[in-house]
Design a protein around this ligand. Sequence first.
Ligand code: CTP
Length: 396
Amino acid sequence: MLGVAGGIAAYKAVELLRRLTESGHDVTVVPTASALQFVGAATWSALSGRPVAQDVWQDVHEVPHVRLGQSADLVVVAPATADLLARAAHGLADDLLTNVLLTARCPVLLAPAMHTEMWEHAATQANVATLRGRGVLVLEPAVGRLTGKDSGKGRLPEPDEIFAAAVDALSPRPQDLAGRRVVVSAGGTREHLDPVRFLGNRSSGKQGYALARAAAGRGAEVVLVSAASLPAPAGVRVVPVTSALELREAVLAEAGTADAVVMAAAVADYRPVERLATKRKKTDTLTVELVQNPDVLGELAERRRPGQVLVGFAAETGDADGDVLAHGRAKLARKGCDLLVVNEVGEPGHPTGFEGDANAATVLAADGASYAVPLTSKDTLAQVVWDLTVDRLGAR
Ligand code: CTP
């Protein structure tokens, strides 16, 4: 089912429809009345090869307001306008598309498009959070040129991106983490020097978020202890933290009842001895004394529950003492975890590791095995990490 709401980006949904039908999917298009102001029913009907489902009063004997949602394998709405998000979040059923959203029990994917002000408005953000909390997949709008001369966040994601997300939502995931509770940490901690400045690192949090999203997709109850500020993945409980000490407290509190803990966060090794309450004034030279932070993964290993799987990450560059994997092996033994995901990092622009969406890694296991994962998406690497974790989980 392709829902189309009333926004100028409706014309781009035509390309999405082509991609969906050309790859063999049967698509019924449900445009709202406003969407038909932008692209007419004839276009949707010709390209889908089916009648367009327009309103609840058409073919009433077939009860379309119930049947369409019930029979869909996936509902995609592109563009999802601010109005459509609001109606979906509040469970309104004032047209055929919102009726479909209420009766669908399949994955629902919404691709928002609107002006930046509308997207950033607290009402829209609350509606998006509500929808994500219910497991609806809400894509982030793209940044770029909007309808008028202005540009900013709010563009419909490219049809290729929506298509990829739709295919992903349609592919069945093994529910091998159902009934399991997992904790994932993500992002780089910030160690404050004063109210304005901090010591930090380049971790974006994307790999940790991909791990949390993947675990939720495989049925786990997921707690994401996050030092990053990315949109919360669907169905994941996020515990926001800033410093290594806050992260430690949150992870240890959640780990007590967890079946697996994945430490993808880049935890600062040191914090300033002193955190000033007011902004530090400039001096000719500045010496900051640092003290070591506790090793959270090490503490987790000491307190490990029977059957609990611990996964660490190691971003290494290799040096005169050994290459990336030699450092990884030593770290795995020192940390006492079951799996260590070792990746080589480099300067900004290096294809793997920090800010980007791609990663490559070697996963080292405590039993001596190692698994090379060539350059791929952070989502795919996340699935590999869960495959290996599931193999090592204790009996329930
Ligand atoms: N880690 C942690 N607590 C810390 C530092 C790191 O739990 N204080 C975790 C990270 O989340 C990661 C793993 O330990 O999963 C390895 O992090 P890394 O910084 O590579 O480890 P270090 O022990 O700090 O090793 P190095 O001496 O190479 O910095």
